[in-house]
Design a binder for this molecule. Structure first.
Ligand code: NAD
Length: 425
């Protein structure tokens, strides 16, 4: 029987996820009103001088979903498909992600509608600076602390921190995280999201009796999160048999060397896996979406939202799906996979390692004292494993999906904070 078409609006999906957990928690209407919708959404038009002297206007957003548990926290995405609703959804997920791992932040997110591949480095710098200057009143170490997301990186964070520091006439590294080490970044931040995800995968594998040394793995999205997750799991003995990015999808049942693939992306002109098959290391899928359907034990979607839908969910073979990306699975697909017995480690838990080490970076910035990578990773592991255990216990007690359990943990914490603070005026 043909299924009704799916609603792929990220914010509406986020609201459905909230409602599912809120119903179980029997939240009152007032409690829901306090914590469900975003607190503030800002939209700006950013004029940027291009290298040829012309001016282009880019649309920028910043959403502060919640500040109940601390300053808003969440990345800034540069992508041609950024929309107000996507930013709202990502900010909402940040609120509950920070609460799940217990770091003292609310949730925020920013975005600019741009394909950064079309910009020169100088144009990219001018856009990054203009975005931060335009939103400067919103940001601050105790107000709202951004970080990298899709297509933004430590260099972009450095330009943004410098813009803010120049405006305030003082060095303010705590305004943004994910910075280069030389200007207040933290050891361990680059790989933090992937490390956190791998800790969750390791705990889930223990839970299921799956030997990671024999595990086969597929990864969609080969950027910061996907590539390092593959590299770390390969070091633990797993075999990565399929990878994809904007340049296409590639597979090799004998395994793809992660160091080789990472070097390839770093050194290729397109900064992607485009033409990776020409190295002889892997064959190319006609349809890169096939990476999701590969016969593997573990699947890591680490690209964008709405990749696993009701169209492909029943062809997904993986026992463990660890959501590196935010919102990669639609509610319809979630239900299909749950029925099939797949174990989805949801985004607000699986990719929380990034914000956890962002928190540690912010703490170090405030102290002016910096820790070793071992120290950072020790704290990260402790926080991730605690959060994983807590969420799994709630899933067992309430007999709900792990995603709903994660929202239950997060919503309980945010509700409590909002109630304790009460209304100001
Ligand atoms: P990135 O820009 O480093 O990498 C994104 C990757 O996705 C690139 O390899 C890109 O080519 C690929 N991609 C884009 N569209 C694709 C498509 N249609 N099919 C296949 N691949 C595609 O970004 P990132 O920081 O690795 O973020 C990836 C995801 O992880 C996003 O959803 C982001 O919100 C989430 N996330 C990132 C962090 C972090 O610390 N960087 C933390 C938490 C969550």
């Amino acid at each position: 029987m043909p299924r009704a078409s799916e609603n792929l609006n990220a914010f509406e999906i986020a609201m459905r996820q909230f409602d599912e957990a809120a119903k179980i928690l029997k939240l009152t209407e007032s409690q829901i009103a306090m914590i469900k919708e975003p607190r503030r959404m800002t939209e700006v038009n950013l004029p940027v001088r291009m290298d040829d002297g012309s001016i282009t206007i880019f649309k920028g957003y910043r959403c502060q979903h919640s500040v109940a548990r601390g300053p808003a926290k969440g990345g800034i995405r540069f992508h041609q498909d950024v929309s107000a609703d996507e930013v709202r959804a990502l900010a909402f997920w940040m609120t509950y992600k920070c609460a799940v791992v217990g770091v003292p932040f609310g949730g925020g997110k920013g975005g600019v509608v741009v394909d950064p591949r079309q910009l020169s480095q100088n144009e990219l710098e001018r856009l990054a600076r203009r975005y931060f200057a335009e939103m400067a009143d919103l940001f601050g170490p105790d107000q709202d602390v951004p970080a990298p997301d899709v297509n933004t990186n430590p260099q972009v964070m450095a330009w943004m921190m410098d813009t803010f520091s120049m405006q305030r006439k003082q060095y303010m590294p705590g305004v943004i995280t994910g910075k280069p080490l030389e200007i207040g970044g933290s050891e361990g931040r680059t790989k933090a999201t992937s490390m956190g995800l791998v800790y969750c995968v390791r705990e889930m594998a223990k839970h299921l009796g799956l030997d990671l040394k024999k595990a086969r793995l597929a990864i969609q999205g080969f950027g910061n999160v996907g590539s390092f997750a593959g590299q770390i799991l390969e070091c633990m003995g797993s075999r990565v048999v399929a990878i994809s990015d904007v340049g296409g999808g590639f597979y090799n049942t004998n395994g793809i060397s992660m160091n080789m693939a990472i070097d390839y992306v770093e050194n290729s002109e397109a900064h992607s896996l485009k033409d990776f098959d020409k190295t002889g290391a892997a064959a190319r899928y006609d349809d890169p979406m096939k990476v999701l359907e590969e016969d593997v034990d573990i699947l890591i979607p680490a690209a964008l939202e709405n990749q696993i839908t009701q169209k492909n969910a029943d062809r997904i073979e993986a026992k463990i799906i660890a959501e590196g990306a935010n919102g990669p699975t639609t509610p319809e697909a979630d239900a299909i996979l749950y029925e099939k017995g797949s174990h989805i480690i949801p985004d607000i838990l699986a990719n929380a390692g990034g914000v956890t080490v962002s928190y540690l970076e912010w703490v170090q910035n405030r102290m002016g004292y910096y820790w070793s990578e071992e120290r950072v990773n020790e704290d990260l592991e402790k926080i991730m494993v605690n959060a994983f255990d807590e969420v799994m216990a709630v899933a067992r007690d309430y007999k709900v999906k792990i995603r709903t359990a994660a929202f239950i943990v997060g919503i309980n914490r945010v509700t409590k904070a909002a109630e304790l603070r009460g209304l100001y005026a």
